[in-house]
Design a protein around this ligand. Sequence first.
Ligand SMILES: [Zn+2]
Ligand SMILES: [Zn+2]
Length: 346
Amino acid sequence: MAFALCVAALQVLVGAQEGRGRGLAAGGTTAGAGRGYPTPEEYGRSKEAQAHAARARAIAGSDAKLMARVENTCGPLGPQRPALEAQNAGQKPEPPRVVEPVRIFDNLWYFGFNTVGAWAIQTSGGIILIDALNTVQDAETIIEPALRKAGLDPADVKYVIVGHGHFDHFGGAPHFQDKYRARVAMSALDWDLVERPNPNANPAQANRPRPRRDVVVADGQTITVGDTTITLMVTPGHTVGTLAYLIPVKQRGQPLTALMLSGANITPDRASLTAFDRALDAAKAAGAQALINGHPGLFGDELGWMDQLRATPGGPNEFVYTKDQFGKFIDIMKACAASRVVAMGL
Ligand SMILES: [Zn+2]
Ligand SMILES: [Zn+2]
């Protein structure tokens, strides 16, 4: 019973998160169980929530970069996509535009839009794509040319791992599945989500091609291509089967672990908070030092950081934290997520 309710509530939440109009992310004030976020009033008057937020600030201490994360993360809505932040502030969001591909790490590129992207990981045995933008047309006209520009051959794409079952992440996956026989991986619950008709979809969205169910990702599973093994964890919240990833990358020759949170850090209930805590603890144990997300701007000025890397490829890489700093960032994310859950009285 609780599960069914939760799924229904999350679908509403998801509609709002994907910018389809009304709802929770815009206002954060919808009443009722499983609504995703506390109201600002609930957040402000919950002593327990305020204690978690104070703990997050204490962890950041005098580190300005971490304090900026606290400001962004410790509130009733948590980290929000810039488009939603603009919407919440009554402004018009910046329209989507295609950005130049950017090499974030030696073996990892970002392609796509200012609002949503896809990532390519180069391995000794081919390419792993993470997400595939909105449509098959995006795959043909944005991802393929971007791969070539990066010196990569689209025919070498072995896997498309889809972080969660929303069209802005799986849209281009059928292209790689059909044209290059790439495997497509997603969690079981999000394969269900992709296959289920969405009553909120407009006709173009409803009729778009969907990937055929292929690799079903279980929590803690790894996917290996060539010399690269990615660890996948299921972190429900944004959708019921959203994935988090631990990705081995190289920063100018030095190995480093990057954490990807496909559905930001949305924890609408206790079960979700527990799953996130587990994934974040695993990232800390792995010594992770960078955080990436399908929607730039959630966890810092990521578009600005990308511009800087394009302009000065050998210059500073703001995606990289020290291990100690990133461990603190993880503790901040955990405290801030807990603050939202307790403010809802959960
Ligand atoms: Zn989504
Ligand atoms: Zn999305």
